[in-house]
Design a protein around this ligand. Structure first.
Ligand SMILES: [Zn+2]
Length: 309
């Protein structure tokens, strides 16, 4: 009988606005994990972790926010109002997914200006035209069904191809397109003076990543690039705030590397990606949020290794 491998530490179950640096807040897991359920099945059996994170940065002008989600507008605004009474000035996007961009129209109406890589705009349009913009988020406890056919998309007003530096309200934000990892539109936001990196979903802390439309092989290489930022604090797209410094990336790279190696070994034994994925165990990560994603993540990995994804 196989020996049960020891579990790596699980994530802290935090929720709400955490001040990562004076005036720089990470809004963690605002829905309390309701967005991490799939088809009525909770992806985190202990309930309550790993939902989308956002950013709130106070400046001498209006506040800047990183990403937004129409489904947690109330939670975000009530947390924000306890910190500032000012309306949002700028929105910066880490990628195009619904849970990071779906409330742009609301902030645009208040006069906010949004920024994102050109491919954020293209991917939003592609998903909207394919009719999957809302439906891909369906079936979770964090309801989305009532928005279907009722909301459009509001892509970033200002776009760029590789890199854009925004100086606003006494702060500097460098938006850097990092290529295909979690999605085709992955971008990080580096604040060089504060040494804070908003990594978007290119980095999920102690939370199994969603790799559905990702490129895992490229992702591992990109993590080495992110490791070179002399970050004092990295803010993940999902999961609690990690310890200071950039070592937290190593743990996540370890996950992706093990996923690749174990899937490659399973593929050598089994004929098809489906059979191989069923063999892949990632038991040491069983305490991380969204642990039931292991099978679909291994399946995606197997397809990539076979050159079919
Ligand atoms: Zn996300």
């Amino acid at each position: 009988m196989a020996r049960r491998v020891q579990a790596l530490p699980g994530p802290a179950r935090t929720q709400g606005f955490a001040e990562a640096h004076p005036g720089v807040f990470a809004a963690i897991n605002l829905s309390g994990g309701r967005g991490t359920t799939l088809a009525g099945r909770t992806l985190d059996e202990r309930g309550g972790g790993g939902d989308t994170n956002f950013g709130l940065i106070l400046t001498k002008e209006k506040p800047v926010i990183v990403d937004n989600d129409i489904r947690v507008r109330k939670e975000f605004l009530s947390g924000m109002r306890r910190i500032t009474r000012k309306a949002t000035g700028l929105i910066l996007h880490t990628h195009h997914n619904f849970d990071h961009t779906s409330d742009n129209a609301y902030y645009h109406k208040q006069g906010a200006i949004s920024f994102g890589a050109s491919i954020v705009q293209q991917e939003m349009e592609r998903e909207f035209n394919a009719g999957i913009w809302v439906s891909q988020m369906a079936g979770r406890l964090l309801k989305v069904e009532h928005f279907d056919g009722k909301i459009g998309i509001a892509p970033p007003v200002v776009s760029f191809d590789e890199e854009l530096t925004v100086r606003y309200g006494g702060r500097t934000f460098q938006m850097i397109f990092i290529g295909h990892c979690h999605t085709k539109s992955d971008t990080v936001i580096w604040m060089p003076e504060e040494r804070i990196l908003f990594a978007g979903d290119a980095f999920t802390y102690r939370t199994h990543p969603v790799v559905r439309i990702g490129n895992i092989l490229n992702w591992t290489k990109t993590l080495d690039r992110l490791r070179k930022f002399p970050a004092r604090q990295i803010i993940p797209g999902h999961g609690p705030l990690p310890p200071r410094g950039n070592h937290c990336l190593d743990e996540f790279k370890g996950y992706l590397t093990k996923l690749r190696n174990r899937t490659a070994a399973a593929l050598r034994k089994e004929g098809t990606p489906v059979k191989a994925a069923k063999r892949v165990r990632m038991d040491e990560y069983r305490n991380w949020f969204r642990a039931p994603l292991v099978y679909v993540n291994a399946l995606k990995m197997a397809k990539e290794l076979r050159g079919k994804a």
